[in-house]
Design a protein around this ligand. Structure first.
Ligand SMILES: NC(=O)c1ccc[n+]([C@@H]2O[C@H](COP(=O)([O-])OP(=O)(O)OC[C@H]3O[C@@H](n4cnc5c(N)ncnc54)[C@H](OP(=O)(O)O)[C@@H]3O)[C@@H](O)[C@H]2O)c1
Length: 308
């Protein structure tokens, strides 16, 4: 397993298991399989995935069986209806309690938008637009910084932050975010944002590194990375499967990749990417596939032009 150095001095495994849309009756077994049988040392969680309690039971099981807590890197994310200064701490405590942990290795602001409290996870107006709240992100970030001081989280970061949002955050952050977790795969490689983050000492995690094939609403026939001819040619050339080519491309960019699966065979094969490397020509071939296509676009569910 290869690691990335964060700006806190901590080391983060380059591959982790994603858990979005992992069903509550499957996620525990998936996490246990990843940690016990497949060599994963990183799990990516979030309050909004509504499966942290089941993941917590799996952590209990694997840590009781001998795996050391300090050898596993756990990320979770603060949901947008807990962005006020007084809501950040209880939200973090709830996640810690569900995950049955004393601390998180990394806690992220899930998106750069605050939403109204007490109206569910994603309140919408009648016209379909998200009910946002008048909370400046600075207030949330400052409360996130306090969690580090309190020892509840080792590092803090953001997800889905664009360049201008980061530029603004850096004007007031006393702790530079350790991470920006963003959608990255060959159809949306965001090279400039990756380079910007890395130049500011902000590490980058690639979410949906396989193109999120389980998230069907944004899929069209010509937008399935597993069917891409270049990816398939390279899979043949290197004797790997398409997922392994996509993940190897991600880690060779020095981005952390967090493929989600609940199937033991896929969980296992997705981490078998440290025994080969793509040559520069093939890295460039993959980069040339960029279509700036997002499989995760909140404009679709919130009617807010977040990335436009
Ligand atoms: N910060 C954010 O806003 C944000 C947004 C999206 C995602 N994320 C994080 O990133 C993680 C990964 O993203 P994602 O879940 O959108 O998509 P992904 O990891 O790109 O793809 C997951 C899908 O691919 C399938 N799959 C996994 N391995 C496979 C393989 N070897 N061959 C064929 N199919 C395979 C999975 O199905 P099975 O489970 O059935 O195997 C699942 O449907 C999430 O789980 C979450 O932790 C974060």
């Amino acid at each position: 397993m290869d690691y990335l150095d964060l700006n806190t001095g901590a080391r983060m495994p380059l591959i982790g298991l994603g858990t979005w849309k992992s069903e509550t009756d499957k996620v525990g077994a998936a996490v246990a399989c990843a940690l016990t049988d497949c060599g994963y040392r990183q799990i990516d969680c979030a309050y909004i995935y509504h499966n942290e309690a089941e993941i917590g039971r799996a952590f209990d099981q694997v840590f009781s069986a001998g795996l050391k807590r300090q050898d596993v890197f756990v990320t979770s994310k603060l949901w947008l209806n807990s962005f006020t200064a007084e809501d950040v701490l209880p939200a973090c405590q709830k996640t810690l309690s569900d995950l049955r942990l004393d601390y998180l290795d990394l806690y992220l602001m899930h998106w750069g938008v605050a939403i109204a409290k007490g109206q569910g996870d994603e309140p919408l107006y009648e016209n379909g637009r998200l009910v946002t709240a008048k909370i400046p992100l600075r207030e949330t970030w400052t409360a996130m910084e306090a969690l580090v001081k309190q020892g509840l989280v080792k590092a803090i970061g953001v997800a889905n932050f664009t360049g201008p949002m980061l530029v603004d955050l850096l004007t007031y952050a006393r702790l530079v975010p350790a991470m920006n977790q963003i959608e990255l795969h060959p159809y949306n490689h965001q090279q400039k944002l990756v380079e910007f983050c890395q130049s500011e000492n902000i590490a980058v995690t690639a979410y949906s590194p396989l193109g999120s094939p389980g998230n069907t609403s944004r899929h069209q026939d010509n937008l399935n990375l597993f069917n891409d001819p270049v990816i398939n040619q390279l899979a043949q050339k290197y004797g790997k499967d398409p997922a392994q080519i996509l993940l190897r491309w991600g880690i060779q960019r020095r981005t952390v990749v967090i493929p989600k699966s609940v199937h033991p065979d896929r969980i296992k094969s997705n981490i078998q990417v440290f025994d080969f490397s793509l040559n520069q020509e093939d890295m460039d071939l993959i980069a040339a596939l960029d279509k700036r296509h997002r499989f995760v676009d909140p404009d679709e569910w919130w009617h807010i032009p977040y990335f436009d």
